[in-house]
Design a protein around this ligand. Sequence first.
Ligand SMILES: Nc1ncnc2c1ncn2[C@@H]1O[C@H](COP(=O)(O)OP(=O)(O)OP(=O)(O)O)[C@@H](O)[C@H]1O
Ligand SMILES: [Mg+2]
Length: 262
Amino acid sequence: MPAVPDESIVSGALPAEAVGGPGAPLVELRHVSKRFGQGAVGAVDVSLGFQAGRMVALFGPSGSGKTTVLHMLGLLLPPDEGEIWLDGRRVDGLAERASAAVRRQSLGFVFQSFGLVPLLTAEENVMVALRLLNIGGDRAREKARAALEIVDLGRRAGHRPAEMSGGEQQRVALARALVHSPKVLMADEPTGELDTATGAYVLDLLRRTARNGAAVVLATHDPAALEVVDTAYFMRDGTVHEPDRAELELWLTEGEGGLAGA
Ligand SMILES: Nc1ncnc2c1ncn2[C@@H]1O[C@H](COP(=O)(O)OP(=O)(O)OP(=O)(O)O)[C@@H](O)[C@H]1O
Ligand SMILES: [Mg+2]
């Protein structure tokens, strides 16, 4: 049974970069907590900073709070306590209009359940993100085509989600999240439904997105992700830890059974 990676609790301790200056995080959670009804815990005093150009993974068992953290970071879920900062500006507690503007301009999100519109083609699904930015017509179509080429789906532009495999739908969702060149890209289980080769392709794409200057944050159970991220965190019961890599690898490859009851 693999040991539980639980060293170096980072929850509650602000990262050194949080004070600003070179290497300051582009987006940051400061002492953020979220509780749901009936005792469900999403996050407990989580402080995490994400830098431009870096790729970070949140690992952890089902129900540990990974999606909750991504949704708060994506301004899709307000924290009960704590602050969220993007690019030197506090962005939690904004009115819905203002927070929607931040989301559509600066953030990209790939959801655990792709979130594609069934009646729209792949190209139209990608164009939705541009329409929200008032980009339409030929320019939008060109950008959408280019984003679909990046995920290697140019030839599927006219297909609807139901006419595509799970992996293809996931890549359309990725194209939609990337088409407006977001500063922060959040991806929830981006390789969960994919075969090894497609998963490797998607991870490489995320890696390149980070190299191009975005802060990339993924929630994942995929051991292959450990190889490509700059930082790997481990969540448990809403708290974030920075485990020893070898321990995390063991936990990932031996499966979550080892954590039952831990
Ligand atoms: N909208 C909600 N209402 C009530 N409880 C919720 C809600 N969303 C999440 N939770 C609870 O909060 C906890 C954290 O959930 P979360 O979805 O963040 O976990 P996760 O780490 O993403 O899990 P998985 O690996 O299964 O995706 C769980 O106990 C979950 O049941
Ligand atoms: Mg989740």
